[in-house]
Design a protein around this ligand. Structure first.
Ligand SMILES: [Zn+2]
Ligand SMILES: [Zn+2]
Length: 259
Protein backbone atom coordinates (compact mmCIF):
# COMPACT_ATOMS: atom_id res chain seq x y z
CA UNK A 1 0.00 0.00 0.00
CA UNK A 2 1.24 3.42 -0.92
CA UNK A 3 1.96 5.77 1.95
CA UNK A 4 -0.56 8.39 0.78
CA UNK A 5 -3.32 5.77 0.57
CA UNK A 6 -2.42 4.51 4.03
CA UNK A 7 -2.58 8.09 5.31
CA UNK A 8 -6.01 8.58 3.74
CA UNK A 9 -7.25 5.39 5.36
CA UNK A 10 -5.99 6.57 8.73
CA UNK A 11 -7.83 9.89 8.28
CA UNK A 12 -11.02 7.96 7.47
CA UNK A 13 -10.64 6.03 10.71
CA UNK A 14 -10.30 9.25 12.69
CA UNK A 15 -13.30 10.96 11.06
CA UNK A 16 -16.65 10.70 12.83
CA UNK A 17 -18.02 8.37 10.14
CA UNK A 18 -21.66 7.75 10.91
CA UNK A 19 -25.19 8.66 9.88
CA UNK A 20 -25.94 12.16 11.19
CA UNK A 21 -29.44 11.09 12.25
CA UNK A 22 -28.93 7.66 13.84
CA UNK A 23 -25.10 7.51 14.27
CA UNK A 24 -24.91 4.13 12.55
CA UNK A 25 -21.53 3.66 10.90
CA UNK A 26 -21.64 4.06 7.09
CA UNK A 27 -18.81 2.52 5.05
CA UNK A 28 -17.01 4.71 2.55
CA UNK A 29 -14.91 7.04 4.69
CA UNK A 30 -14.92 10.62 3.43
CA UNK A 31 -17.07 9.61 0.46
CA UNK A 32 -19.78 8.10 2.68
CA UNK A 33 -23.21 9.77 2.54
CA UNK A 34 -24.18 11.89 5.56
CA UNK A 35 -27.49 10.08 6.03
CA UNK A 36 -27.84 6.29 5.96
CA UNK A 37 -30.22 4.42 3.66
CA UNK A 38 -32.48 3.35 6.51
CA UNK A 39 -32.97 6.95 7.72
CA UNK A 40 -33.55 8.15 4.12
CA UNK A 41 -36.29 5.54 3.71
CA UNK A 42 -37.97 6.73 6.93
CA UNK A 43 -38.38 10.35 5.78
CA UNK A 44 -42.07 11.04 5.11
CA UNK A 45 -44.24 13.69 3.47
CA UNK A 46 -47.61 14.66 4.94
CA UNK A 47 -50.52 12.32 4.16
CA UNK A 48 -53.31 13.34 1.76
CA UNK A 49 -55.82 14.94 1.60
CA UNK A 50 -54.12 18.25 2.39
CA UNK A 51 -55.17 21.88 2.63
CA UNK A 52 -54.61 23.28 -0.89
CA UNK A 53 -53.00 26.40 0.54
CA UNK A 54 -50.65 25.16 3.28
CA UNK A 55 -50.50 21.39 2.59
CA UNK A 56 -51.32 20.47 6.19
CA UNK A 57 -53.24 17.16 6.20
CA UNK A 58 -57.01 17.49 6.49
CA UNK A 59 -59.46 15.11 8.08
CA UNK A 60 -60.52 12.52 5.51
CA UNK A 61 -64.18 12.49 6.60
CA UNK A 62 -67.08 12.93 4.18
CA UNK A 63 -67.83 16.43 5.47
CA UNK A 64 -65.22 18.76 4.05
CA UNK A 65 -64.44 21.59 6.43
CA UNK A 66 -64.42 25.01 4.76
CA UNK A 67 -61.50 26.45 6.63
CA UNK A 68 -58.06 25.16 7.56
CA UNK A 69 -57.25 25.97 11.18
CA UNK A 70 -53.53 25.83 10.40
CA UNK A 71 -53.41 28.68 7.88
CA UNK A 72 -56.62 30.73 8.29
CA UNK A 73 -54.82 33.33 10.46
CA UNK A 74 -52.00 33.82 7.94
CA UNK A 75 -51.95 37.14 6.07
CA UNK A 76 -53.26 37.15 2.52
CA UNK A 77 -49.71 37.85 1.28
CA UNK A 78 -48.61 34.34 2.35
CA UNK A 79 -50.40 32.47 -0.39
CA UNK A 80 -49.03 28.93 0.04
CA UNK A 81 -46.68 26.65 1.96
CA UNK A 82 -44.94 23.51 0.76
CA UNK A 83 -42.60 21.12 2.57
CA UNK A 84 -40.24 18.30 1.70
CA UNK A 85 -40.75 16.08 4.77
CA UNK A 86 -42.76 15.87 7.97
CA UNK A 87 -40.89 16.94 11.12
CA UNK A 88 -40.18 13.88 13.27
CA UNK A 89 -37.79 10.99 13.50
CA UNK A 90 -35.33 11.23 11.69
CA UNK A 91 -35.90 14.64 9.96
CA UNK A 92 -35.74 16.44 13.33
CA UNK A 93 -32.16 15.20 13.79
CA UNK A 94 -31.17 16.58 10.37
CA UNK A 95 -32.76 19.97 11.08
CA UNK A 96 -30.99 20.09 14.45
CA UNK A 97 -27.63 19.03 12.99
CA UNK A 98 -27.79 21.71 10.27
CA UNK A 99 -28.87 24.43 12.67
CA UNK A 100 -26.95 23.73 15.87
CA UNK A 101 -24.30 21.04 15.34
CA UNK A 102 -22.21 22.61 12.59
CA UNK A 103 -23.18 20.43 9.63
CA UNK A 104 -23.66 22.92 6.75
CA UNK A 105 -22.89 20.04 4.34
CA UNK A 106 -26.39 18.72 5.09
CA UNK A 107 -27.90 21.65 3.17
CA UNK A 108 -27.17 19.81 -0.08
CA UNK A 109 -29.16 16.71 0.92
CA UNK A 110 -32.02 18.74 2.40
CA UNK A 111 -32.06 21.33 -0.38
CA UNK A 112 -32.38 18.60 -2.99
CA UNK A 113 -35.53 17.30 -1.29
CA UNK A 114 -36.95 20.83 -1.19
CA UNK A 115 -36.18 21.45 -4.86
CA UNK A 116 -37.97 18.19 -5.67
CA UNK A 117 -40.98 19.29 -3.59
CA UNK A 118 -41.43 22.38 -5.79
CA UNK A 119 -40.60 20.62 -9.08
CA UNK A 120 -44.26 20.05 -9.98
CA UNK A 121 -46.21 22.97 -11.45
CA UNK A 122 -48.03 24.94 -8.78
CA UNK A 123 -51.75 24.25 -9.08
CA UNK A 124 -53.77 27.06 -10.60
CA UNK A 125 -50.96 29.55 -10.31
CA UNK A 126 -47.99 30.97 -12.15
CA UNK A 127 -45.76 27.98 -11.41
CA UNK A 128 -42.65 27.96 -9.27
CA UNK A 129 -40.41 28.61 -12.26
CA UNK A 130 -41.09 32.34 -12.15
CA UNK A 131 -40.16 32.68 -8.48
CA UNK A 132 -37.44 34.73 -6.82
CA UNK A 133 -35.93 32.88 -3.85
CA UNK A 134 -35.69 34.77 -0.54
CA UNK A 135 -33.96 33.16 2.45
CA UNK A 136 -35.50 33.62 5.91
CA UNK A 137 -32.93 35.89 7.59
CA UNK A 138 -31.36 35.30 10.99
CA UNK A 139 -29.98 37.85 13.46
CA UNK A 140 -26.41 39.11 13.13
CA UNK A 141 -25.63 37.63 16.54
CA UNK A 142 -26.77 34.12 15.51
CA UNK A 143 -24.91 34.45 12.23
CA UNK A 144 -21.67 35.23 14.08
CA UNK A 145 -22.19 32.33 16.50
CA UNK A 146 -23.01 29.68 13.84
CA UNK A 147 -20.96 31.05 10.99
CA UNK A 148 -23.83 30.58 8.55
CA UNK A 149 -27.60 30.98 8.20
CA UNK A 150 -29.05 27.50 7.63
CA UNK A 151 -32.08 28.93 5.78
CA UNK A 152 -29.75 30.74 3.37
CA UNK A 153 -27.79 27.53 2.65
CA UNK A 154 -31.05 25.74 1.84
CA UNK A 155 -32.28 28.69 -0.25
CA UNK A 156 -29.04 28.74 -2.28
CA UNK A 157 -29.34 25.03 -2.98
CA UNK A 158 -32.98 25.32 -4.11
CA UNK A 159 -32.19 28.38 -6.24
CA UNK A 160 -29.24 26.59 -7.91
CA UNK A 161 -31.16 23.39 -8.60
CA UNK A 162 -34.24 25.18 -9.97
CA UNK A 163 -32.26 27.89 -11.79
CA UNK A 164 -33.93 30.73 -9.89
CA UNK A 165 -32.53 34.09 -8.79
CA UNK A 166 -31.94 34.64 -5.06
CA UNK A 167 -32.27 37.94 -3.20
CA UNK A 168 -31.44 38.48 0.48
CA UNK A 169 -34.45 40.77 0.72
CA UNK A 170 -34.90 40.85 4.50
CA UNK A 171 -32.88 41.59 7.62
CA UNK A 172 -33.75 40.32 11.08
CA UNK A 173 -33.39 42.50 14.14
CA UNK A 174 -34.56 42.29 17.73
CA UNK A 175 -33.61 39.99 20.57
CA UNK A 176 -33.53 36.93 18.35
CA UNK A 177 -35.30 34.89 21.04
CA UNK A 178 -36.01 31.42 19.63
CA UNK A 179 -39.61 30.44 18.83
CA UNK A 180 -38.98 27.05 20.44
CA UNK A 181 -41.16 26.39 23.47
CA UNK A 182 -43.49 29.35 22.87
CA UNK A 183 -47.28 29.12 22.54
CA UNK A 184 -48.84 30.07 19.16
CA UNK A 185 -49.82 33.57 20.39
CA UNK A 186 -46.38 34.09 21.99
CA UNK A 187 -44.78 33.13 18.66
CA UNK A 188 -46.73 35.86 16.85
CA UNK A 189 -45.69 38.42 19.50
CA UNK A 190 -42.05 37.26 19.51
CA UNK A 191 -41.49 37.99 15.80
CA UNK A 192 -43.57 41.17 15.54
CA UNK A 193 -41.51 43.91 13.88
CA UNK A 194 -38.26 41.89 13.67
CA UNK A 195 -37.99 42.01 9.84
CA UNK A 196 -36.87 44.98 7.77
CA UNK A 197 -36.05 45.40 4.08
CA UNK A 198 -32.36 44.65 3.43
CA UNK A 199 -30.33 47.32 1.59
CA UNK A 200 -29.67 44.83 -1.23
CA UNK A 201 -33.40 44.12 -1.71
CA UNK A 202 -33.62 46.78 -4.41
CA UNK A 203 -36.34 46.55 -7.00
CA UNK A 204 -36.01 42.76 -7.39
CA UNK A 205 -38.82 42.12 -4.94
CA UNK A 206 -41.36 44.52 -6.46
CA UNK A 207 -44.16 42.72 -8.35
CA UNK A 208 -42.24 39.43 -7.94
CA UNK A 209 -43.61 36.07 -6.85
CA UNK A 210 -41.31 35.16 -3.96
CA UNK A 211 -40.29 31.75 -2.66
CA UNK A 212 -39.47 32.28 1.01
CA UNK A 213 -37.18 29.49 2.24
CA UNK A 214 -36.80 28.30 5.84
CA UNK A 215 -35.78 25.04 7.54
CA UNK A 216 -38.98 24.32 9.48
CA UNK A 217 -42.63 25.41 9.43
CA UNK A 218 -44.34 25.10 12.81
CA UNK A 219 -47.25 27.57 13.18
CA UNK A 220 -46.22 29.92 10.37
CA UNK A 221 -45.90 32.94 12.71
CA UNK A 222 -42.39 33.81 11.48
CA UNK A 223 -43.32 33.32 7.81
CA UNK A 224 -46.51 35.39 8.27
CA UNK A 225 -44.54 38.31 9.70
CA UNK A 226 -41.89 38.07 6.96
CA UNK A 227 -44.56 37.82 4.24
CA UNK A 228 -46.31 40.94 5.54
CA UNK A 229 -43.07 42.93 5.28
CA UNK A 230 -42.37 41.53 1.78
CA UNK A 231 -45.92 42.51 0.74
CA UNK A 232 -45.29 46.08 1.96
CA UNK A 233 -42.12 46.03 -0.16
CA UNK A 234 -44.37 45.41 -3.17
CA UNK A 235 -44.11 41.66 -3.80
CA UNK A 236 -46.92 40.03 -5.78
CA UNK A 237 -47.07 36.91 -3.59
CA UNK A 238 -45.05 34.98 -1.02
CA UNK A 239 -44.94 31.19 -0.99
CA UNK A 240 -43.12 29.42 1.79
CA UNK A 241 -40.95 26.38 1.17
CA UNK A 242 -39.48 24.53 4.15
CA UNK A 243 -37.51 21.33 4.53
CA UNK A 244 -39.74 20.07 7.37
CA UNK A 245 -43.33 20.67 8.45
CA UNK A 246 -44.46 20.11 12.03
CA UNK A 247 -47.93 18.52 12.01
CA UNK A 248 -50.51 19.57 14.58
CA UNK A 249 -51.54 15.96 15.12
CA UNK A 250 -48.95 13.46 14.07
CA UNK A 251 -50.80 10.78 12.04
CA UNK A 252 -49.21 7.95 14.00
CA UNK A 253 -50.81 9.38 17.15
CA UNK A 254 -54.32 9.42 15.64
CA UNK A 255 -56.67 6.81 17.06
CA UNK A 256 -56.65 3.66 14.95
CA UNK A 257 -59.77 2.27 13.30
CA UNK A 258 -62.38 0.74 15.61
CA UNK A 259 -62.42 -3.04 15.85
ZN1 LIG B 1 -29.31 6.70 9.87
ZN1 LIG C 1 -54.08 25.29 5.44
Amino acid sequence: MKLAALGADLVDLLLPAGCIACRTWIPGGRRAPLVCGRCRSRLRTAPWPRCPRCHHPRASGRVESERCTECDTWPEALTAARHAVVLGDPSEDLVHALKYEGWPELADFMGRAMAAAVAAPFEGDIGWAASVVVPMPTTGERLRRRGYNQAELLARRVADLRGLPLIGALERHGSGRSQTGLSPSERVENVRGVFRPAPEAGAGVRCAHLMLVDDVLTTGATAAEAASVLARMGSASVRLVTYARALADAPEKAPSALH
